[in-house]
Ligand binder design. Structure first.
Ligand SMILES: C[S@@+](CC[C@H](N)C(=O)[O-])C[C@H]1O[C@@H](n2cnc3c(N)ncnc32)[C@H](O)[C@@H]1O
Length: 396
């Protein structure tokens, strides 16, 4: 999907301290839009809330600090009301981000399902001091994230939105991010080059980085002003921009012109087309990896096969681990050859018990080992799950 998120959750000029007491009434949020603009499903699946970038909870200005804390909580509250999947938090303004982290941690304690994506610049660029979304100063951005997340007790709902600019850090430094919970990569239009036909394209290193993001199911966001020399795009989109500054959230699997039937020409269309092209250019995942995708980086709760009767789906999942069964078959073959010399192959029968046979893959592997080694084998399958025994009978 695609959506113009240039508009923050609230009016960017809003400051809590500027509201004259009694003029608006507590609870009526004059700075937010209406929750009726989209359906509840659209809010929860199509929109990521953008928290005001002026927020600075570690400012030396006490008024700004207080305003920031109030506004942050109000905006998160509004986003929760809309059941948004995630909110984009502005990057810490510098290495000293203790108060910001404290407040975010407090919010995380009472947050329902919403994720908080903290913006972190992938690399400090020369103009960071002028970019309100970037953390200035000579701070290593991974260290910045690391201290922030520790202050938030490594909360599982806090993750990262990486800001990508034209210069990229070393490969080692980039690699650190793939061990972190990066949910989005915000690609600035300034990081694009121009190809011979005048269209935006990316350097080889940026292309490789994007492929790695795709591989890790990281959403790509194109942000910034379109360069004057880049075409404005050819398709019509349902998005509008203010000040010619647009941010587009895109869900990569839906990249394709069919989902773009819309109203208005999108200024970042040619950038999105290029990102979509890189996505489509990727080699398709091998079948095994496709299956494993849902389990990637996901800590499984341990099975309890002693206590529970496992479901068919669970058996099917671990039966996909073909390597395990091949190794088992090889081991049984070697053991049979080791124990029974050729001259006793037709007279001696080996007894094998598979304790916890499940639906029978180890039984099958054992029988195949006996066949390939020409040894006689009697297999006893012991299984306590009556439902698995049904399949065990049918398949043996
Ligand atoms: C992790 S599964 C492995 C199944 C099979 N060996 C395989 O690799 O596909 C463990 C199996 O042990 C069975 N099991 C657990 N406790 C048992 C018990 N006390 N007696 C018999 N089977 C048991 C479970 O029902 C389950 O089917």
């Amino acid at each position: 999907f695609i959506s113009d998120t240039d508009q923050c959750l609230m009016d960017p000029t809003y400051r809590p301290s500027l509201i004259v007491s009694g003029s608006t009434g507590i609870g009526a949020l004059p700075f937010a839009g209406s929750d009726l603009v989209l359906s509840p499903t659209q809010w929860s699946s199509h929109v990521v809330g953008k928290i005001s970038s002026w927020i600075d909870l570690d400012s030396e200005d006490e008024m700004l600090r207080q305003d920031s804390e109030i506004a942050l909580k109000q905006e998160i509250g509004w986003a929760s009301h809309l059941s948004l999947q995630a909110c984009l938090l502005p990057a810490p303004k510098g290495a000293a981000c203790g108060n910001y982290a404290r407040c975010v941690n407090q919010i995380l304690q009472n947050l329902s399902n919403m994720q908080l994506w903290l913006r972190i610049p992938l690399e400090k660029s020369d103009d960071d001091t002028t970019d309100e979304n970037m953390a200035g100063g000579e701070v290593d951005s991974w260290e910045l994230w690391n201290s922030f997340r520790h202050l938030c007790e490594s909360h599982s709902q806090l993750s990262i939105a990486l800001d990508i600019s034209c210069s990229l850090p070393s490969a080692n430094s980039l690699g650190r991010w793939f061990g972190e919970s990066v949910r989005a990569a915000i690609l600035h239009t300034s990081s694009f080059l121009t190809n011979a036909r005048g269209y935006p394209c990316l350097s080889k290193r940026h292309q490789k980085l994007l492929t790695m993001f795709f591989d890790h199911s990281i959403q790509i966001v194109v942000s910034g002003k379109p360069a004057d020399n880049h075409p404005m795009g050819t398709l019509e989109l349902g998005a509008k921009s203010t000040d010619n500054h647009v941010e587009v959230f895109s869900c990569m699997p839906m990249f394709g012109s069919s989902c773009y039937a819309g109203i208005q020409r999108h200024p970042l269309r040619s950038y999105l087309d290029y990102v979509g092209y890189l996505y489509q250019k990727m080699d398709p995942l091998p079948e095994q990896e496709r299956f494993e995708l849902a389990y990637r980086d996901f800590l499984q709760s341990p099975l309890q096969p002693l206590m529970d009767n496992l479901e068919a789906q669970t058996y099917e999942t671990f039966e996909k681990d073909t390597v395990k069964y091949i190794q088992y078959q090889r081991a049984i073959s070697k053991a049979l050859l080791d124990r029974i010399p050729d001259e006793q192959a037709s007279t001696v029968t080996t007894v094998l018990m598979v304790v916890g046979a499940g639906r029978g893959p180890l039984v099958r592997a054992s029988l195949q080992a006996a066949e390939e080694t020409g040894r006689k084998l009697r297999v006893y399958a012991v299984e306590k799950n009556p439902n698995a025994v049904v399949t065990l009978h049918v398949s043996s």
